[in-house]
Design a protein around this ligand. Structure first.
Ligand code: ACO
Length: 321
């Protein structure tokens, strides 16, 4: 028995913001953003908290799976934008769901966070420490954007996606994960600065800073390499993969990966045009949409692949149950 995805769900804030609307606030244009990134609009919270979004995504995934809250014995939330430093987002969610039997904690692996959390939950299930797990990728990135930095703030959006995991005949087959802290400053959001009784200094609120071209070069090299390694490890041919569900950062990254793998771009589902880059949430949001639309059939091989801050990357091969 392996670990199967029993249900999926997602939530996007009601407020959508088009590129043209952003151009009312900063010197940018739909032409600049859409040609370089493929992004046309994104969802930006006007009130939903991270816990609200994670809760709505979790509710849908639980309904979809038929697993009630009391049967969850693990909740992992992948996020870099939790509502509190403590309690963890997973504990806040536990209370809201009434999942009284769950072990709860958060994981930070930026845009790869959902995959890292998925694999952690898989190991809990395979190690016999849990029967059912809820894994969430959720981000409220709009609160850590520098809205005066047009090269970064136009890329990101808010949202949450969720899966419920349990044991199954078909499911997770192979996993690859990697990290390179030496290159981590290419995508940086500092923590709260040190200021206490003994050290006084000007404290500035930390925002995301990105070396866009460096991150681009990292992604277009690392992602296909990692997928090729995964395929080799699993002894599966690239032509046997139904969908490549990539972290939704930039259409040009996805096109480059498709070209390098020599796979038709139609096998790479896209939602970044409507959602922007939602970091840890992008893969489960896309997975939930495909599942909702009935596009995932039993026996389909799908690859999920994430990459981003840390730097971190990963890929998972799943046979849909
Ligand atoms: N609107 C208009 N002009 C802009 C904007 C904007 N929103 N942002 C930057 N510019 C201008 C710059 O000021 C610069 O002008 P100049 O030539 O007069 O100095 C010009 O456009 C080019 O700026 P660059 O930053 O060099 O733009 P680049 O072509 O590298 O594109 C981008 C930027 C789209 C971010 C690109 O580097 C990229 O796709 N990087 C990939 C990284 C990525 O997708 N990260 C997502 C987060 S990380 C992750 O999820 C893994």
């Amino acid at each position: 028995m392996t670990t199967a995805i029993l249900g999926t769900g997602s939530y996007l804030p009601e407020n959508t913001v088009s590129n043209d609307e952003l151009a009312n606030y900063m010197d940018t244009s739909d032409e600049w953003i859409s040609t370089r990134t493929g992004i046309r609009r994104r969802h930006i919270s006007k009130g939903e908290t991270l816990t609200d979004m994670a809760f709505f995504a979790a509710q849908e995934a639980m309904e979809n799976s038929g697993i009630p809250a009391e049967k969850l014995d693990l909740i992992i939330v992948a996020t870099v934008t939790a509502d509190c430093i403590t309690p963890s987002e997973a504990c806040l969610l536990q209370e809201r769901l009434g999942a009284v039997n769950a072990i709860c904690f958060d994981m930070n692996a930026a845009c790869s966070g959902f995959l890292f959390a998925l694999n952690t939950a898989h190991l809990y299930l395979q190690g016999g420490m849990a029967e059912h797990a809820l894994v969430i990728g959720a981000e409220l990135l709009s609160k850590i954007m520098d809205w005066g930095d047009r090269s970064t703030c136009v890329l990101f959006g808010d949202g949450a996606g969720a899966v419920v995991l349990g044991k199954g005949e078909h499911g997770i087959k192979n996993v690859i994960m990697g990290s390179d802290g030496a290159r981590g400053k290419a995508l940086l959001c500092s923590g709260r600065p040190l200021e206490n009784l003994f050290i006084k200094q000007e404290v500035e609120f930390p925002y995301v800073h990105m070396e866009g071209q460096e991150v681009f070069r990292f992604a277009v090299r690392q992602v296909p390499e990692c997928i090729e390694e995964l395929l080799q490890q699993a002894s599966v041919r690239v032509g046997d993969i139904r969908y490549f569900i990539l972290h939704q950062a930039n259409i040009r990254i996805i096109q480059s990966v498709a070209k390098r793998l020599q796979v038709d771009i139609d096998k790479f589902p896209i939602n970044l045009s409507e959602c922007g880059n939602t970091s840890a949430a992008s893969i489960p949001i896309l997975l939930a949409a495909l599942n909702r639309d009935g596009k995932l059939q039993s026996g389909d091989n799908v690859i999920l692949s994430g990459f981003g801050g840390g730097l971190t990357w990963g890929a998972v091969l799943i046979e849909w149950q």
